[in-house]
Design a protein around this ligand. Structure first.
Ligand code: F6P
Length: 543
């Protein structure tokens, strides 16, 4: 099999990168005064300005040629058609079916799964309506006003991110907590002020075998039973979200109180399955459906828009340009909205668990870079923490800026309202990163010659700006789906399987072996390396 580095478009891009390496955004904008009006695209309510990237029209054409030569469109169509593109696990990849409207048809092994999806959504909605109305009563007859979601990774990050993002739409008399870490501190701190008689626990786990989630679920049950003193209480206070009905039953949760999903939904792509139950409880079924409609709008955009105007394709290819041809190691995501505080953390799993791979679909070690390090935090806070390095450090860090034209919390101020201050920073940062400040400009400002080098900004730091009108459930769905499909495009170009995560397994297996060694009554026969053995011995003597 030829590797993608032998493809014509890859070799053209390599030569083109060498020829254009010193091109500056100042020159690109000077040569084309309409660049900002030209290099943008729109879809599903999101506007992308990608003009502040270090690309010419030729770069874009070559990147699009790479997408075509690597078969991105055929891979996309295979995903939407339910083909088993997750080859190492023999599974279809159909998170897009989770947001398909009623009446659509998506076949998995000849069965239309859309009615199944809507059957679960309807059950979730009926349950959510009861809890939200106070008519689902706990064991002692009191309504449940606290919801504790226990899950980790994809069974936590999506709901916690979306709950924070959509807090504006949440029913405020419900308290939501998310427990994920096996560190007992997490469960202890998140439940210490809750009354078990008024608390609903959602155990969210696709496999229902994950060590952290099972440990937290057991301790949460003990916490509940210590207060309510009756095993029958579990039925009113515990529900499960899982694909594993047997394990749910073994744990002691009635499968009548289980909300299912399917093996064709990957953990990190599952927040719009029943894994979103906690979110639905918080924001209500109507807002949840609006979120799904936003996902679906972006799915349709990705499926049908020409590659030249296709947002996930453009973001994916621009990332590949920096990652594979200009040597960038990481990618920053910088939402200018406090509600999106958890969005970078959510994207870390989505992107890094998907594309942190070094073996191609046909089992060869890649001779090229794959997934970047994803990081970020909301602006403007990040500006006072790590932006210095982006502006004047030695590393190339492409960044996505995300902002909204309207705020959900208008705070007027004399001079300019808070939201104008916030958005002025978005525009100022991307302008400064692109254009910087030359030595001549610095000297012209009267800065002494010996200080001038410190005040020079090279600029030429690439950014994308994503703008939407307002943070609504629909916008959030579109935004998440945009990144899901961006990750897909990159994985397709790199010819890797974005839908397995074998790399997480080794640590899990080793931890399972070490647990009994830590509390064995006598000194265990340790067969690890000398570092691990010494650490275990020290811990054993001091625990
Ligand atoms: O981190 C590995 C992983 O398998 C993720 O892919 C997944 O989201 C997470 O663990 C939780 O898995 P589960 O939902 O089965 O508990």
């Amino acid at each position: 099999m030829p590797t993608i580095t032998q493809f014509r478009s890859w070799q053209d891009l390599t030569a083109h990168a060498d020829a254009t390496r010193t091109l500056h955004l100042r020159d690109l904008f000077a040569a084309d005064p309409q660049r900002g009006e030209r290099l943008n695209a729109e879809g599903a309510g999101l506007y992308l300005d990608y003009s502040k990237n270090r690309v010419t029209d030729e770069t874009l054409n070559l990147l699009l040629a790479l997408a075509r030569e690597t078969g991105v469109e055929a891979r996309r169509d295979a995903m939407f058609a339910g083909e088993k593109i997750n080859v190492t696990e023999g599974r279809a990849v159909l998170h897009t079916a989770l947001r398909a409207p009623k009446g659509a048809t998506v076949l998995v092994d000849g069965r239309n799964v859309v009615p199944d999806v809507h059957e679960v959504l309807d059950r979730m909605a009926a349950f959510a309506d009861q809890v939200r109305a106070g008519s689902w009563l706990g064991h002692t007859g009191r309504p449940l006003k606290n919801i504790v979601n226990i899950g980790i990774g994809g069974s936590d990050l999506g709901p916690v991110m979306a709950f924070e993002a959509l807090r504006h739409y949440a029913q405020r008399d419900l308290t939501l907590r998310f427990v994920s870490n096996v560190d007992g501190t997490d469960l202890t701190e998140k439940t210490r002020d809750l009354d078990p008689a008024e608390t609903l626990v959602i155990v969210s786990s696709k496999t229902f075998t994950t060590q952290e989630t099972m440990a937290n679920a057991q301790s949460a049950r003990a916490w509940l039973l210590a207060a309510l003193k009756d095993d029958a209480a579990v039925a009113r206070h515990f529900v499960a979200v899982s694909t594993n009905a047997d394990a749910v039953q073994t744990f002691g949760i009635d499968t009548a109180n289980m909300f299912g999903f399917w093996d064709w939904v990957g953990g990190r792509y599952s927040m719009d399955s029943a894994i979103g139950l906690s979110l639905m409880l918080a924001v209500g079924p109507d807002h949840f459906r609006e979120l799904l409609a936003g996902f679906h709008a972006m799915d349709e955009h990705f499926r049908t828009a020409p590659l030249e105007q296709n947002l996930p394709v453009l973001l994916g290819l621009l990332g590949i340009w920096y990652n594979n041809f200009l040597g960038a190691q990481s990618h920053a995501v910088l939402p200018y909205d406090q509600y999106l505080a958890y969005f970078p953390a959510y994207l870390q799993q989505l992107d890094m668990e998907s594309n942190g791979k070094h073996v191609t679909l046909d089992g060869q070690t890649t001779d090229y870079q794959t997934g970047p390090v994803i990081w970020g935090q909301p602006g403007t806070n990040g500006q006072h923490a790590f932006y210095q390095l982006i502006h004047q450090g030695t590393k190339l860090i492409p960044a996505d800026f995300i902002g909204f034209c309207q705020t959900l919390n208008p705070l007027p101020l004399e001079g300019a309202p808070h939201h104008d201050l916030l958005m002025a920073n978005v525009f100022a940062q991307t302008e400064a990163l692109a254009f910087g400040k030359t030595l001549d400009q610095v000297l012209a400002e009267g800065v002494p010659a010996d200080l001038a080098p410190h005040r020079v900004f090279d600029g030429n730091r690439p950014t994308n700006t994503l703008l939407a009108d307002r943070l609504t459930p629909h916008t959030l769905g579109a935004l998440i789906a945009l990144y899901e499909h961006k990750v897909f495009v990159q994985g397709a170009v790199w010819n890797i399987n974005s839908f397995d995560q074998w790399g997480v397994e080794l640590g899990k297996v080793l931890a399972g072996k070490i647990v009994p060694e830590l509390h064995a009554p006598s000194e265990p026969d340790l067969h690890h390396d000398s570092s691990t053995n010494t650490l275990i011995r020290r811990y054993r003597t001091r625990r």
